[in-house]
Design a protein around this ligand. Structure first.
Ligand code: SF4
Length: 411
């Protein structure tokens, strides 16, 4: 988007306006649901082009990286298809120049006060179910100096919260520095003026760099928050998934993380219905979720993806059963989340205000990431706040996935 903008084009993210002449669809090819959503969007704009509502439709991203030849045959009305590493060719198609000096520059598609901040691309892990390395290639860390410059530039634009992402955050540095460098990167980003919160998503459990947790504990502007996808509880399933970890080691890791950063909020994601998953595995998952009491949890149903290791196994859990098992885990988590949230009632938290919705302000604490975690709802009738500001909010009511509060006077 920054490249197109620098070439004098007007660029809008998810525009509702009817006068856009060129549409670029950035697709996802990760699992069935994401692929379907991408295909529906492509079909919708292919139809819009047929009806003369748009001039050109270009498709880029993971789905077209993975399935371009099939898609070209099936959906003829698209002007051009691009893979994940073809930005210069995409720009050329639009008669725009690729400008090296803009590397790392971007137009934000999030509210001005937070930004997703990608520190590496690709993945070297062997997880059996995962198609991401097929689409994104090997892990490539972005050099630290460049990330610090990017963070400064975002802070100068008003960004207060950096949400660190990568396919595998904990591998950061191993390729270019021959050493895991997440802790050092966190120290450096934490020193950037204007960055009030740094949040960590997508940490891989095996080989977790524990020293990163010391930096988290010591630096006020690194949120006590960790998103660590764990995928399953059963050691048998974890072995088949090639995760390099057992149930016992995972449990110990979570205990160690909680000891190292007291009060940390841990988010995880799990997979239901992996090949060969039995009722005993599901029972083990439920027992373990109960024991671990994660602050946040999401469940994906297993998606059988071509060219992955797990594709050689039989996708033997019927879709309805995958769904039922996922729902069973989510129901259990709902009661855990409810209990954990109720403990927050009566306490005051620093809240970042994300948006106004109807008569309410909606914000988040340091323990919550946008879109996936709790929101804090504050009545706009009584309190006046600004989007992007921090406020001290006392929690008055809680349900499983939201908190309700009011401004602490004098803040
Ligand atoms: S670490 Fe994540 S992105 Fe990498 S292969 Fe495993 S599941 Fe896929």
């Amino acid at each position: 988007m920054a490249q197109l903008d620098a070439n004098g084009m007007e660029v809008e993210h998810e525009s509702d306006s009817k006068d856009h002449s060129i549409v670029i669809i950035n697709t996802c090819g990760f699992i069935d649901n994401a692929k379907q959503e991408s295909i529906d969007t492509i079909l919708q704009f292919a139809e819009a082009k047929k009806n003369g509502l748009v001039d050109k439709v270009l498709v880029t991203g993971c789905l077209s990286q993975r399935y371009a030849s099939e898609l070209k045959d099936d959906i003829p009305n698209i002007d051009a298809w691009f893979g994940t590493r073809e930005l210069p060719r995409l720009l050329k198609t639009l008669k725009a120049d690729y400008k090296h000096e803009l590397l790392g520059e971007r137009l934000l598609t999030t509210p001005n006060h937070f930004a997703y901040f990608k520190i590496a691309e690709g993945c070297d892990r062997p997880c059996s179910f995962c198609a991401i390395p097929l689409m994104r290639g090997k892990h490539v860390s972005t050099p630290m100096e460049q990330l610090v410059e990017n963070a400064k530039s975002l802070a100068a634009q008003g960004v207060k919260e950096l949400i660190l992402i990568a396919q595998d955050l904990t591998y950061y540095g191993l390729d270019i520095y021959k050493k895991r460098k997440l802790a050092e990167l966190l120290e450096k980003l934490s020193a950037v003026d204007g960055i009030d919160w740094i949040r960590l998503h997508y940490a891989f459990p095996t080989g977790f760099p524990m020293e990163a947790l010391d930096v988290m504990r010591e630096k006020d502007n690194i949120c006590n928050y960790l998103d660590i996808p764990l995928q399953h509880a059963s050691s048998r399933m974890l072995k088949s998934m090639r995760r390099g970890i057992t149930r016992e080691k995972t449990t110990q890791l979570i205990k160690d993380i909680r000891e190292r950063v007291p009060g940390i909020a841990i988010r995880t994601t799990l997979i239901s219905g992996y090949p060969g998953e039995t009722e005993e595995d599901q029972a083990e998952m439920l027992e373990w979720v109960e024991e671990m009491r994660f602050d946040r949890l999401g469940v994906f149903t297993y998606s059988h993806e071509e060219n992955t290791h797990a594709f050689k196994l039989e996708d033997d859990v019927p879709d309805e059963l995958k769904q039922a098992r996922a729902e069973e885990i989510m129901e259990l988590q709902q009661s855990i989340s409810q209990e954990l949230n109720e403990k927050k009632v009566g306490r005051a938290y620093k809240v970042l205000i994300d948006r106004v919705e109807g008569d309410n302000f909606v914000g988040r604490t340091e323990f919550d990431s946008p879109e996936v975690d709790n929101e804090v709802i504050i009545s706009a009738k009584e309190d006046y706040l600004r989007i992007g500001d921090f406020a001290k909010v006392k929690i008055e009511k809680a349900d499983a996935f939201d908190l309700y509060g009011s401004l602490v006077q004098g803040t």
